[in-house]
Design a protein around this ligand. Structure first.
Ligand SMILES: [Zn+2]
Length: 283
């Protein structure tokens, strides 16, 4: 039979556990609503730091390592919010554009550039200002290889579009400044909102700065790391003339995306002309 003292201890432990669960839940929710961008350079061969594996439209609080995400093959392509006008989701021609988000990173951007170079493919890199300041050499390599640079915000703030016009403008300008610190004459004609969480105001500010707001029409969810063959098969079966394909060279381990590109680029090239989105006037 338990003593009163022992019951008291058990009650205290139970309360502490409940409190920990409650606080843990808060932390998880917070992670989904704030920006988090790796800013520390990592050494050669070491894992890249990663930001939270979430997107704006994704339900919050899926504990990492628990339920496996649905494979891309069972999802329809992500569509932009219907209420937001002037989003570019296709190239406008029969050519197809591969786009890589969330870099530049030390390892994955370098490897992706090597694969693209090997196959003679030009693409579009939507880069984060913080990352551009961390790896300016990668920005220079992207430009030197003939790829198009796209503004993907300064800090990958999913809520950027809900902030004041002045804040959005400062954020996008800081990103362009970071890119131009590496490549002074860079033409930055496109903006992609973090997580595709567009608002009309974000699109307007981007347009004021001379940038077209770039969404996509093919999303293999490579961010969830479903395996290179799943990524490859999804892209091959959903890409059509004019598609803009969303892929990633940052935000975590992107070895699957690189392997998928290795496997699919020859076949994609057979079926489509692959282009970097054409840069236009400078902001
Ligand atoms: Zn992103």
């Amino acid at each position: 039979m338990m003593t009163g003292r022992r019951l008291g201890v058990i009650a205290m432990v139970a309360c502490a556990l409940l409190l920990a669960v409650a606080l843990g839940g808060q932390v998880v929710v917070k992670r989904t609503t704030t920006s988090r961008v790796p800013s520390t350079p990592t050494g050669h061969g070491s894992p890249e730091p990663s930001r939270p594996p979430v997107r704006a439209a994704r339900p919050a609080a899926r504990p990492s390592g628990s339920a496996k995400p649905a494979t891309p093959g069972r999802r329809s392509p992500t569509r932009p919010p219907a209420a937001v006008p002037s989003l570019r989701t296709m190239t406008g021609t029969s050519a197809v554009a591969l786009t890589f988000d969330d870099g530049p990173t030390w390892i994955w951007t370098r490897e992706m550039l090597a694969v693209l170079r090997q196959h003679g493919v030009k693409a579009t890199f939507c880069v984060i200002g913080t990352m551009a300041r961390t790896y300016p050499g990668r920005i220079r390599q992207i430009a030197a290889d003939g790829h198009t640079l796209c503004n993907h915000s300064d800090d990958h703030d999913y809520q950027l579009g809900t902030r004041s016009e002045a804040e959005i403008r400062a954020n996008l300008q800081a990103t362009n400044d970071a890119i131009r610190a590496a490549v002074p004459d860079a033409r930055i004609s496109y903006f992609r909102h973090p997580g595709g969480a567009w608002t009309p105001l974000a699109v307007k500010v981007a347009a004021d700065l001379g940038m077209t707001s770039l969404h996509w029409d093919v999303d293999p969810h490579d961010f969830d790391r479903p395996g290179p063959t799943v990524i490859r098969d999804y892209v091959m079966s959903h890409t059509r003339p004019g598609s803009v394909v969303l892929l990633h060279d940052g935000g975590g381990d992107r070895s699957e995306t690189i392997e998928a590109c290795r496997q699919m680029l020859p076949a994609l090239k057979d079926r489509f002309q692959l282009i970097p989105l054409p840069p236009r006037r400078s902001p």
